[in-house]
Design a protein around this ligand. Structure first.
Ligand code: X8Z
Ligand code: ZN
Length: 600
């Protein structure tokens, strides 16, 4: 097996190397085309191998599976690094736009660009795999026989109202980061070296090169969007803070200051939906409790996922293949370590699609399974594109698809699918909107600050000796939250958030938070809906489905602006959709906040 592989790789390299020697001085566009075709075939084959190995590793974390996954990943990275190097000889020639786009995407597909030196590349891959594994295995042991994994931690931070317990659990989980610090710093060095060898200033600049505009233009876009939504965030922050001050007292929640991060219902304070019951609205003000409805139905994890699939089918998408149900992991195994952070897998770039998620029967997970299905259906819609175009129009699009669907989970929709018997009265709009804002509006500054931190880490502006301080400076600046216990550079709190050890770029989620409302507004219109935006569901609309599918099928073959235009008629990301959606709530919040000072 192994020697067979080496033989075929050597053969492929000979072909690739043969191209330059034929025409060392002036390569032609035809040669570039041939080079790209061979390169895409090679990458597809190795990507499939690496996906299978990583799937096993994340579903069964042991030293052996980590080593196997690192091997497969190393082979893929080696091939991709070689191809990028060889592609340099085509840089000076004029290529057809599609082909030129592929040459750019070739350089961007790996978020961890590797040095050419095989020893350094191997070192980087092993670090990356071990960080991912450490996060998956992460536990906080309150006592020797009382160890909590992230699923248990999330549950306590969501349900407990005891500030001492919350503080203990918060601090306990954050210990998972500290041992990662040195390796992370080394990872940054190695990956930056790889980025530089490929012609980028650093890895963060490489990440920002994937948005069909210059990194500087992209920065300006982010600033523009954040300025648009910041007042809404401030209104929400002010309202929530006042209620938490009432609940926990001014000693714990200072009335004009930032909010301590352990009181917001989530380990990272990234979404705050779980503290909805503390916010002073009449109990059951929204007229229903989705977690309760799901539990009343005695749903299991598969049942939750089937609701997700049904939504897509109602729009005209084909059902998922049988293998999806056979091979996905939907329930947390009792007896082994897995990476429980939800994700969706495109194993063979065709029909072998899977979701890995430790589903709990609760409203948050009902939304997340729609999110994961969004990735899954996107994979399938673009499966006939060439390998390098098998991707989202940009990564924010990929994250936005499922969330767009999940915005359609309205009382009307729940009634249509038989989960809810009676529609709530019109007064329920505000509680329902507030519940949504605790997810979508609270998330905005978090979505923004993670990569603000990482880009500065990659550029060297934030040095390893300031990793943690800089993290909390940004948390304070954007989110207005503080750590509940003293922090120092012995800690490494970024490591306690999955996307840092797994090196998953994060600005995509900020973009998705904006884009999903833009898509939703357009699809609601396409479905013929006329009422207030927050009550729209486009469930069952074949028109909306057809329009969306057309965009999804384009994959990453066109600049995202063209694809956005195909659905929304707009060429720019635009926060007016999220502002329109929450307009009634913004008005209500501002009334409630009268006399309060906003900000911290
Ligand atoms: O990581 C995810 C998904 C998988 S792509 C579950 N999300 C971000 C997070 O959990 O931090 C979805 C929203 C933000
Ligand atoms: Zn996602």
């Amino acid at each position: 097996m192994k020697s067979c592989f080496v033989t075929s790789l050597t053969f492929a390299l000979l072909i690739l190397l043969a191209v330059p020697s034929q025409a060392a001085s002036a390569p032609t566009a035809a040669e570039a085309q041939e080079f790209m075709k061979n390169g895409e075939d090679r990458l597809r084959e190795l990507t499939i191998k690496a996906s299978r190995a990583t799937w096993v590793q994340e579903n069964f974390i042991t030293d052996d599976t980590e080593a196997i996954a690192a091997d497969a990943q190393d082979e893929l990275t080696a091939a991709s690094t070689e191809l990028i190097e060889q592609a340099k000889r085509f840089e000076a020639i004029k290529l057809p736009p599609d082909l030129a786009r592929k040459f750019l995407l070739l350089k961007l597909q790996n978020p961890a660009p590797a040095p050419k030196d095989p020893k350094l590349r191997r070192e980087m891959t092993e670090i990356a795999t071990s960080l991912d594994g450490d996060y998956g295995k992460g536990k906080y042991c309150r006592k020797p026989n009382d160890c909590l994994d992230i699923t248990a931690i999330e549950k306590i931070l969501s349900d407990s109202r005891n500030p001492e317990e919350l503080k203990d659990i918060w601090a306990g989980w954050h210990k998972v980061g500290a041992p990662m610090r040195q390796r992370y710093a080394r990872f940054v060095e190695l990956s930056n070296q790889g980025a530089r060898e490929q012609g980028f200033k650093d890895t963060g600049v490489l990440w920002r090169a994937g948005y069909d505009m210059t990194p500087e233009q992209f920065d300006a876009e982010l600033e523009r969007l954040w300025t648009q939504v910041r007042p809404l965030y401030l209104s929400l922050h002010t309202y929530v803070r006042a209620r938490l001050t009432q609940k926990y007292g001014p000693q714990i929640v200072p009335p004009n200051g930032p909010i301590p991060a352990h009181l917001l219902g989530n380990p990272w304070a990234q979404t705050w939906g779980n503290i909805f019951p503390l916010l002073g609205l009449p109990e059951n003000g929204s007229g229903y409790d989705l977690t309760q409805l799901l539990q009343n139905k005695n749903l299991d994890a598969k049942g939750m996922a089937q609701y997700g699939e049904n939504f897509y089918k109602s729009l005209g998408f084909d059902p998922l293949p049988g293998t999806f149900w056979e091979r996905s992991l939907l329930t947390k195994p009792r007896d082994r370590d897995v990476v429980c952070h939800a994700n969706a897998w495109d194993i063979d770039t065709k029909d072998d699609l899977r979701v890995k998620m430790c589903i709990q029967i609760r409203d948050e997970d009902f939304v997340t399974i729609h999110h994961e299905m969004g990735h899954t259906f996107y994979y399938r819609e673009y499966k006939n594109q060439p390998f390098l175009f098998e991707n989202g129009a940009n990564d924010g699009f990929h994250e936005a698809i499922g969330d767009t669907m999940a915005l359609s989970i309205t009382p009307e929709y729940l009634k249509q699918i038989g989960l809810l018997e009676q529609l709530p009265p019109a007064e329920a709009d505000i509680p329902i909107l507030l519940r949504r804002a605790l997810e979508k509006v609270a998330f905005l500054p978090f979505g923004l600050m993670i990569d603000k931190w990482r880009w500065k880490v990659f550029s060297g502006e934030i040095k390893p000796e300031n990793y943690n301080q800089a993290w909390w400076d940004l948390r304070l600046q954007y989110q207005g939250v503080t750590p509940p216990v003293a922090r120092s550079e012995a800690d490494f709190d970024p490591g306690a958030k999955y996307h840092i050890p797994s090196n998953t770029p994060y600005m995509r989620y900020f973009l998705a938070d904006i884009l999903q409302f833009q898509f939703y507004r357009s699809l609601c219109k396409e479905s013929g809906y006329k009422g207030p935006l927050n009550r729209c569901t486009f469930f069952n609309s074949k028109e909306a489905g057809a329009k969306f599918r057309k965009m999804l099928q384009m994959g990453n073959s066109r600049p995202w602006q063209d694809e956005l235009e195909a659905v929304t008629g707009q060429r720019e990301m635009d926060a007016t959709a999220i502002l329109d959606y929450f307009a009634p709530l913004q008005k209500w919040l501002d009334e409630q906040n009268k006399g309060q000072k906003a900000g911290w």
